[in-house]
Design a protein around this ligand. Structure first.
Ligand code: PLP
Length: 456
């Protein structure tokens, strides 16, 4: 923890962390030496820690707080549902009103043809469900050999065994013998980091062509599906060159494989459209959703299935899969209310027309900073590449951990910005105002200045 500690309770909580809490994606020794920063409350786009510091949440919790913190309507929806029916399962031919109304509401906002929803507790479970359902689909069609799923290097699809295998994070594969068999990866469309001398457009075509190469290598008769995030989020807000998705669509049209869009980050308005697939004009056969579905107020995820896939599995007996909390009534009630707010307050329309263009314009002003090699973004997503040499895109030595230095300065100065290597990323709540965007950009510039001072 970088800030000074004055509140004795902070120390007590840190001790509890040290003694009892195993936190996700954490170096335990480092975490327990420093102690976590304790976040105690939130309102709008701001967080407060146990020391009373106010912090602008540039990451919307973990890419999930779409409608902002402190929405009483969501609290009311949860408490109403808890009083009425706090839990019942959706197994064995039962259902309840909130899950059915939510499935209908989702089918009204998803791209055409995506009309059926299998609910889960998280995005990872959504992708696990996808793997099982896609293989079930091909078996039902009499093609049980079509099992292989193609993902992308540095993609992120969750932390369960299947989720981490579908993702292409090397540091995750190294723990626990992943990926599991039947999952392969192609390069990511990350021009800034891997494009070399190619133009972004040439590189986009090259990266997309790797899909065709992999389908031919594995054999079309063995490939079940291709999974991709419209924009890779956790990998570093990787926005593909414009040539990428059109070429991918051409390839998918040639081969009989399913296309899965992982919309866990891009869904529910982050790009200024309801889904990243809408933004790029893609037509997936399946979509994984989570995060923005409930604005993160309660856990919920799901897999949205197209009519084409549904028609096959509908005629094929039991799908032997499900979670206790599939379609949890309280989560469903909160998700429904969240979707109502997004629709009635026209939050996504406002992102597209007003706040996202302003955020993108203000963020790009940071490109003049000596540390910054590129600023890119779409909608309420942004990335700032930190480099030693702006012209050659040369990075600082890895051991310097420039991204982590910058993240530390952001945190100390009241801004949550995440570091993926030396790429700083932001994804603020969709309801961020122009004034709050100004606050975000000025805190980011201050943090860049302090980082530059440290590395010079
Ligand atoms: N897919 C994507 C694109 C994600 O970003 C994430 C989480 O960050 C997941 C899946 C996994 O979701 P969860 O953490 O809810 O399991």
């Amino acid at each position: 923890m970088t800030n000074q500690i004055n509140n004795p309770q902070t120390r007590q909580w840190q001790e509890m962390s040290q003694r009892h809490h195993l936190a996700p994606f954490s170096d335990y020794k480092q975490l327990h030496e420093k102690g976590p920063r304790i976040i105690t409350r939130a309102e709008g786009v701001h967080l407060w820690d146990s020391e009373g510091n106010e912090i602008l949440d540039g990451m919307a919790g973990l890419w999930c707080i779409a409608v902002g913190y402190g929405r009483e309507e969501l609290v009311e929806a949860a408490s109403r549902q808890m009083r009425e029916l706090p839990f019942y399962n959706t197994f064995f031919q039962t259902a309840h009103p909130p899950v059915l109304e939510l499935a209908k509401a989702i089918s009204e906002i998803t791209p055409p043809g995506l009309n059926h929803v299998f609910f889960t507790g998280s995005g990872s479970e959504g992708n696990d469900t996808m793997l099982r359902l896609v293989r079930h689909y091909w078996a039902c069609k009499g093609q049980p050999n079509k099992k292989v799923i193609i993902g992308r290097v540095n993609g992120y699809h969750g932390s369960t065994v299947a989720g981490a295998s579908l993702g292409g994070m090397k540091f995750m594969h190294e723990q626990g013998d992943l990926p599991i068999p039947g999952i392969v990866h192609i390069p990511q469309p990350y021009w800034f980091g891997e494009g070399g001398d190619m133009s972004p457009e040439e590189f986009g075509i090259w990266a997309a062509d790797q899909l065709e190469k992999k389908i031919l290598e594995v054999g079309e008769d063995n490939v079940a599906a291709f999974i991709a995030e419209p924009i890779q989020g956790a990998g570093g807000v990787i926005i593909p060159p414009e040539s990428y998705w059109p070429r991918i669509r051409e390839i998918l049209a040639k081969y009989d494989i399913l296309f899965v869009a992982d919309e866990v980050i891009c869904g529910f308005g982050r790009t200024g459209e309801w889904f990243g697939s809408d933004y790029y004009g893609n037509s997936p056969d399946l979509m994984t959703i989570a995060k923005g579905l409930t604005s993160g107020y309660v856990p919920m995820g799901g897999l949205v299935v197209s009519d084409k896939v549904f028609e096959v599995i509908n005629e094929c007996g039991d799908f032997n899969h499900g979670f206790t909390y599939s379609g949890h009534p309280v989560a469903a009630a909160v998700a429904l209310e969240n979707i109502r707010i997004l629709r009635e307050e026209k939050i996504i329309e406002k992102v597209k027309a007003e706040t996202a263009p302003y955020l993108q314009q203000r963020l790009r002003e940071l490109a003049d900073h000596p540390l910054v090699g590129e600023v890119r973004g779409v909608g309420m997503l942004g990335a700032i590449e930190l480099v030693k040499d702006k012209q050659t895109r040369e990075r600082y030595p890895e051991e310097l951990a420039v991204g982590m230095i910058c993240r530390g300065h952001c945190f100390a100065n009241g801004l949550v910005m995440r570091a993926v290597g030396d790429t700083m990323i932001i994804a603020p709540p969709l309801v961020i105002s122009r004034d709050e965007i100004d606050e975000l950009v000025s805190k980011a510039r201050l943090s860049l200045d302090l980082t530059l001072r440290d590395v010079q």
